[in-house]
Design a protein around this ligand. Structure first.
Ligand code: ADP
Length: 471
């Protein structure tokens, strides 16, 4: 099957979070199973674009309201990512370093989607499946189904994967003229609560909707930033598929970003060396358990709890634990985390920013990874932590609930029910006890490194979805 994946992110081209990891891996594994999965994304002005070579495949001109623009379809020359990568270059809109958070994001991602469909129709391509990821590509199923100018695509099955239902890409009907003409009787497919809602539109129009874990699908029926009723209504065509991890990138035995690689055979010394490296870099004590957090510093991740949680944990257990935070996001939380630095020197540190290499070293060198998330559609961090022998401490929600079983229930992680300072600190106390129960601690670390969350298995589930739509 020929499958086009449409996304704003794709690792290593451009990544902000888990969406990038998924779109950078799933197509590669679909191809290994004999399909032709391709990725189409905007052409940002970033390192990947500068360091790689591209062929020009097509050029076209389009109109977004009164704004006329030229788009160019570029194809990465080598297919070294394991799939064909297409970038849609629209200089006025995407010639910038970041993926999101520009005032004209509506214009940027609408232009991207229209350009994609225009390219397919102008070159007479009719793929087997068009797979859209999150709201940035959410208008595509609507346009394919209802816009007469894309009529030749209206029998192509569309799949929407919801990686994060909080963000929906809302914009007003005053921008309806950005989209190709459709009959007014079809406008209801764009709308939710009186405005254009690209995520809602994709939930209505895609042939199949998937979420990145089964529990997240259940939770969305109760809490989906206004889309609960819609998701309940569309439940019959919806399915939760747990994300995999790219074990070619995330393998402690071959990971080139680690100062010391290791496997299940030498994990104790391997992890200890990475921990020593981290502790030296961040002025921490390698003899004490190392608790870490990696992620966006936003409410969804429970990051607002971190400052108070750290100061309570470090005050209650003076010189008994280390905490290292890697993240960026809410400036207030960033500031609070930085302010703690002078109080707990030698046991606490924070790196405010995004650093892929450091993330890998933390997964390898930490003893525990904290994930007190309020919402976690799947969560990849805990899967990377498991693979690297770092025990996850998670709140039971979404994908965390589906992937981490508490050690008290015969599992391998530490779980709590609330996103609260009290719950996290209680889990830290349990983790300190576990750390000093050397045999159980080591046995658990070895066990978790062997849990299989590879994409090989998960890619088959997506193929089953695609096949069900082709029959
Ligand atoms: P989300 O997509 O909601 O941010 P996920 O758990 O699905 O969360 O994926 C997060 C991904 O982003 C992981 O690969 C994680 O290692 C990475 N990540 C998040 N914040 C940072 C950071 N500050 N530096 C490096 N990597 C980060």
């Amino acid at each position: 099957m020929e499958i086009f994946h449409l996304s704003a992110e794709c690792y290593p081209v451009a990544k902000v979070g888990g969406l990038g990891d998924v779109v950078g891996a799933l197509p590669k594994y679909l191809n290994q199973l004999g399909h032709q999965a391709k990725v189409v994304m905007p052409g940002y002005d970033n390192k990947f674009a500068k360091e790689n070579e591209f062929d020009v495949m097509h050029q076209g001109q389009l109109r977004l309201g009164y704004f006329v623009f030229t788009y160019t379809i570029l194809k990465e020359k080598t297919n070294k990512l394991g799939f064909e990568l297409y970038l849609i270059a629209i200089p006025e809109l995407f010639d910038r370093p970041n993926v999101y958070s520009y005032e004209d994001d509506t214009e940027r991602f609408t232009a991207f989607q229209v350009a994609f469909l225009n390219w397919l129709t102008e070159t007479n391509q009719v793929p087997d499946i068009v797979h859209c990821h999150d709201h940035h590509t959410g208008l595509i199923p609507f346009m394919m189904a209802h816009a007469p100018i894309y009529q030749q695509l209206n029998r192509v099955p569309t799949v929407l994967t919801i990686h994060n239902g909080q963000y929906q890409g809302w914009f007003g009907f005053d921008k309806l003229n950005y989209l190709p003409q459709v009959s007014s009787s079809r406008l209801g497919f764009l709308e939710w609560n009186g405005i254009i809602n690209p995520l809602a539109s994709a939930i209505k129009c895609a042939w199949k909707v998937t979420t990145v874990s089964p529990s997240y699908l259940d939770e969305l029926s109760e809490k989906a930033n206004g889309l609960e009723n819609l998701l309940r209504f569309e439940r019959p065509k919806s399915l939760g598929i747990l994300n995999g991890i790219d074990t070619e990138v995330w393998n402690p035995n071959t990971d080139e970003l680690l100062p010391h690689t290791y496997s299940t055979k030498n994990y104790k010394t391997g992890k200890a060396k990475n921990k020593a490296y981290l502790c030296e870099q961040f002025n921490l004590d390698p003899t004490k358990p190392l608790f870490t957090f990696i992620g966006r510093l936003v409410g969804e991740k429970g990051a607002d709890l971190l400052p108070e949680m750290c100061s309570i944990a470090l005050s209650r257990n003076p010189n008994e634990i280390n905490i290292l935070i890697l993240g960026s996001g809410d400036p207030h939380v960033e500031h609070q985390l930085t302010q703690l630095l002078p109080f707990y020197q030698g046991n606490y540190n924070a790196y405010i920013g995004y650093n892929e290499k450091l993330a890998h070293i933390i997964y390898a060198g930490a003893d525990y990874l904290l994930m007190p998330s309020r919402v976690e559609p799947c969560g990849l961090n805990q899967l990377y932590a498991l693979r690297y022998g770092t025990i996850p401490i998670v709140r039971r929600t979404g994908g965390l609930k589906d992937t981490v079983i508490d050690i008290g229930d015969g599992g391998f992680g530490i779980c709590h029910d609330q996103t609260s300072v009290f719950d996290v600190n209680h889990s830290i106390t349990r983790a300190i006890d576990l750390y000093y129960d050397q045999k159980l601690f080591d046995q658990t670390r070895k066990t978790i490194m062997q849990i299989d969350h590879s994409w090989e298995k998960v890619a088959e589930e997506y193929i089953a979805v695609y096949q069900s739509l082709k029959n």
